[in-house]
Design a protein around this ligand. Structure first.
Ligand code: M6R
Length: 608
């Protein structure tokens, strides 16, 4: 999704801005640009290619003040004229993440006032609006504040003016933005990873905050315009955590990081002898005691994690649980039960729909909120009362991998803690689960050994146009996740069904051109699944079965069996995810797609 970088210093900031944009590339974008202030002039340089192309175009540029942007198109096609920064009268330049909902109305008014629009974007209205207040004699800070008061929608913005070489203004509402603090220099960014080469000291802007920044210092103001102080934090990220380390793609690296990511996420629990609610925060015990149901809100892969958790929570803890896609829940009239625990799941912690769903739930009277998230400083973490951080480390590949399996581990911990609190988990069961969790990283390591076999298998998918994934029970969401991985990075259309549902429709699609991938754990539904697979075989379907040991599947004509380790009980969905991630990765690799940055997608979806 769109990325912002800005810098003000006593040195040339152009290389800092371009490096920052390169570090935001993983978020997904279709054009990039920079605006630099020097000698009382603003220069705008843009490109619809990669940031590397922008770097070539800006090679000769020098400036001590600038703003830069990677754009993921919402209003207007990807093109140079729609690329940010947007300028007004060659005088004010703006970069913007988010969506301005009343831009059409503002555009009409500004056009009537004589402003000429050169793009199709909603952002250009912000530039003209600020300019219109600036031209009336307001300072750049006051002009920006006045313009923001007229906007409806979400924004994170950076603003510079040609005649203000010592001033950078930024603001946020609904989209993340932070301030980076250097020695006699300051930066802004939508994502801390953009700034790691220059500083780890950051200030996260709160909703409605506006900042006035110079090389020497900064002032922060809240929505009402009152001066505020926000804490300076030292980011836990460092440069090493966002490098490829010899892997070909981030996705491959992140698949292989899963044993360590799981070990880190489970560290505090696995080193102790018993499970305590305190891992979710000091107030967790009291909150959990009041809870009589769970509502999980999330999007995409994180939603699939929630779907697995529903099986665990109802079966092990005996607590009613529902799982909703955040973008649907936020607009649905629902019946709120204040004793329900709202659980949001998000890798980034900035997903606009999940954040809005959380706030909607709060507005309905839900008091108990828990975030399961991979980014400690994120909005979802900050806006939830309870939290459990997945410690997967930065996930750069757009296709979520280690974030998913660590979310599952975190949700399993939630299940066990709630089960214990409800008297549904005796001491022996608790110790057995803890033992299984301690073993989980090495069990995942064992599954990763299937990589060469899966790389070979992927050759059979390269020329396919469709694929069907099947699973049952706890593993139906894993089939959904396998299908999502395949479609997002290989562009092969993939669907997932609970295997028992085949005969109610999708069986009509099965022929020899439709590979059918089955998740086959050695659980209570195995024999049912086998019957479902016979229905596929009888219709000439080509089956690829990921089967636990002792499931008695045998490879044969049209039947390919990939042998998984012994059944891992409740943790089996985590193990069965790994081969599906590898399959998607190798199919995409052989198709030659941009594995880490699939077309049209963004890593962090900060707009609705
Ligand atoms: O950061 P989040 O977990 O909130 O992101 C939610 C989805 O956008 C994300 O999981 C998406 O579906 C991934 N690209 C899937 O691989």
């Amino acid at each position: 999704m769109c990325g912002i970088v800005g810098a003000i210093a006593r040195r040339n900031v152009a290389p800092i801005l371009l490096q920052g944009l390169e570090r935001l590339e993983y978020r997904g974008y279709d054009s990039a640009g920079v605006a630099l202030v020097s000698d009382g002039r603003l220069s705008r340089i843009v490109s619809t290619g990669r940031v590397a192309e922008l770097r070539e175009r800006a090679a000769a540029a020098t400036s001590e003040l600038g703003i830069a942007h990677t754009r993921w198109a919402t209003h207007g096609v990807p093109s140079e004229r729609n690329a940010h920064p947007h300028m007004s009268s060659e005088h004010v330049a703006v970069v913007h993440n988010g969506i301005i909902e009343n831009y059409e109305e503002l555009r009409v008014n500004l056009t009537a006032a004589g402003y000429v629009f050169t793009s199709d974007t909603d952002t250009e209205v912000i530039a003209h609006l600020i300019h219109s207040h600036y031209a009336r004699g307001n300072g750049l800070l006051a002009a920006t504040q006045a313009a923001l008061a007229e906007l409806i929608g979400a924004y994170a913005i950076g603003v510079v003016a040609a005649d203000q070489p010592d001033l950078l203004i930024c603001a946020r509402r609904g989209s993340p933005l932070l301030l980076g603090i250097g020695e006699g220099e300051h930066f802004i960014a939508s994502d801390v990873s953009a700034l790691l080469p220059v500083t780890q000291r950051v200030v996260y802007l709160e909703e409605g905050d506006v900042a006035e920044i110079s090389a020497a210092g900064y002032r922060l103001f809240d929505t009402a315009g009152n001066p505020v102080i926000r804490p300076v934090q030292v980011s836990q990220l460092n440069d090493a955590s966002v490098s490829l380390n010899g892997y070909r793609h981030y996705m491959q690296k992140e698949i292989h990081e899963q044993p360590e990511a799981l070990a880190n996420t489970l560290e505090s629990v696995c080193n102790s002898q018993s499970l305590v609610p305190g891992i979710f925060g000091a107030e967790a015990a009291a909150a959990f005691a009041e809870v009589d149901g769970i509502l999980i809100l999330a999007c995409g892969t994180s939603h699939h994690a929630g779907m697995v958790a529903r099986y665990w929570l109802e079966e092990i803890a005996g607590i009613p649980c529902s799982v909703e896609i955040a973008s649907e829940y936020r607009y649905r009239i629902s019946v709120a039960n204040p004793r329900t625990l709202i659980v949001t799941i998000s890798q980034s912690g900035e997903t606009a729909d999940t954040l809005a769903a959380l706030n909607y739930a709060k507005s309905l009277g839900h008091q108990h909120t828990l975030a399961i998230c991979n980014v400690p400083e994120s909005a979802i973490i900050r806006q939830s009362k309870l939290r459990l951080l997945t410690r997967a480390g930065p996930e750069i590949g757009v296709a979520s991998t280690k974030a998913f399996t660590t979310q599952l581990a975190a949700l399993f911990l939630l299940t066990l803690v709630l089960a214990k609190q409800c008297g549904k988990l005796d001491a022996a069961q608790e110790q057995r689960h803890l033992h299984d969790l301690r073993h989980l990283p090495s069990a995942v390591q064992a599954v990763l050994k299937l990589e060469p076999e899966i790389a070979k298998l992927a050759e059979q998918f390269v020329n396919k146009h469709h694929a069907l994934f099947l699973g049952r029970g706890l593993h139906y969401p894993i089939a959904l996740e396998g299908a999502l991985k395949l479609k997002e990075i290989s562009y092969i259309h993939a669907e997932a069904y609970p295997a028992g549902e085949l005969k109610h429709g999708p069986l009509a699609l099965v022929d020899k051109e439709m590979p059918v991938i089955a998740v086959a754990p050695n659980d209570a539904l195995l024999e049912k699944l086998k019957s479902n697979l016979q229905e596929v075989k009888a219709r000439g379907g080509e089956l690829y079965v990921f089967a636990d040991a002792n499931t008695r599947f045998h490879s044969g004509d049209g039947f390919h069996v990939m042998q998984m380790p012994e059944h891992a009980g409740y943790l089996s969905p985590i193990l069965h995810t790994i081969p599906l991630q590898l399959l998607a990765y190798y199919v995409a690799l052989q198709k030659g797609t941009d594995v880490d940055k699939p077309r049209n997608l963004a890593k962090s979806v900060t707009v609705e």
